[in-house]
Design a protein around this ligand. Structure first.
Ligand code: G5P
Ligand code: MG
Length: 219
């Protein structure tokens, strides 16, 4: 039987990557973060990465033509494994394209998990985020700091601040989110797939809420 089909929906800084890493381990899901995939293309200097970089650094959306092929290839590779989409879909057009892809693969969505966080909290979280350029693990200098200052617990690489986490770019990303991505909340509400999570109160508390929606792993 095919595994769960999940979307993690939420603004920049709402905790999609943080929660996805935990859920993917517990439920044996393929974690597909379009942001992480794009940053990897940029790091490797691929043609796709070179095209995407300008949009990302400015806080805008990368064109669908670059995103959709990347997602389709990963979903095909995943086979029957459950999947957890983080940062995709981001527009109504991407949501429709996803429906077509899943139909073609004989797969379906079970839940769109919406992490709802007020804007001032998002800005505060992103200012103190540090990320590992090697394995993608995410830290917060106060809430979830690394054991050794500036170094990734998992792979030992030096942590960085993402180029798009400067205050001006964060403001732009929040505007783009409100205009292009937030309408997906209503889209999935209409399809009875939306699960609304008030994503405040600590990383583990939110993880417990998500697991209550998904049920026991393997059940
Ligand atoms: P990304 O990489 O998809 P965003 O903007 O959607 O970027 P981002 O910034 O990665 O999302 P997140 O994953 O939701 O945020 O949040 P996170 O990293 O887990 O947590 C943020 C901080 O808060 C961390 O420091 C974490 O430790 C802390 N934190 C987490 N949970 C909690 C909590 O419960 N409490 C507290 N206090 N702190 C917490 O996309 C980047 C760019 O790529 C392109 C676009 O240009 C985009 O701007 N892109 C796409 N373009 C077009 N279409 C797509 N589908 C695209 N996908 C990516
Ligand atoms: Mg993320």
């Amino acid at each position: 039987m095919a595994g769960l089909g999940l979307i993690l929906l939420g603004a920049p800084g709402s905790g999609k990557g943080t929660q996805a890493a935990r859920l993917a381990g517990a439920y044996a899901l393929q974690h597909l973060s379009t942001g992480d995939l794009l940053r990897d293309e940029v790091r490797r200097g691929t043609p796709l990465g070179k095209e995407a970089k300008g949009f990302m650094d400015a806080g805008g959306l990368v064109p669908d033509a670059l995103i959709l092929g990347m997602v389709r290839a990963r979903l095909e590779e995943g086979g029957e494994k459950g999947f957890l989409l983080d940062g995709f879909p981001r527009t109504l057009g991407q949501a429709e394209a996803l429906e077509g892809m899943l139909d073609g693969l004989g797969r379906k969505l079970d839940h769109a998990l919406f992490l709802d966080v007020p804007e001032d909290e998002l800005v505060a979280r992103l200012a103190l985020r540090r990320s590992c350029p090697g394995c993608g693990r995410v830290y917060h200098l106060k809430v979830s700091p690394p054991a050794a200052d500036g170094l990734c617990d998992a792979c030992g690489q030096g942590l960085i601040q993402r180029l798009d986490d400067t205050e001006a770019v964060v403001r732009e990303r929040l505007k783009v989110y409100a205009a292009s991505t937030h309408p997906l909340v209503e889209h999935y509400e209409k399809r009875k797939l939306l699960r609304h999570i008030i994503a405040l109160g600590g990383i583990e508390t939110i993880q417990v809420q998500l697991r209550a929606i998904l049920g026991e792993p393997g059940a």
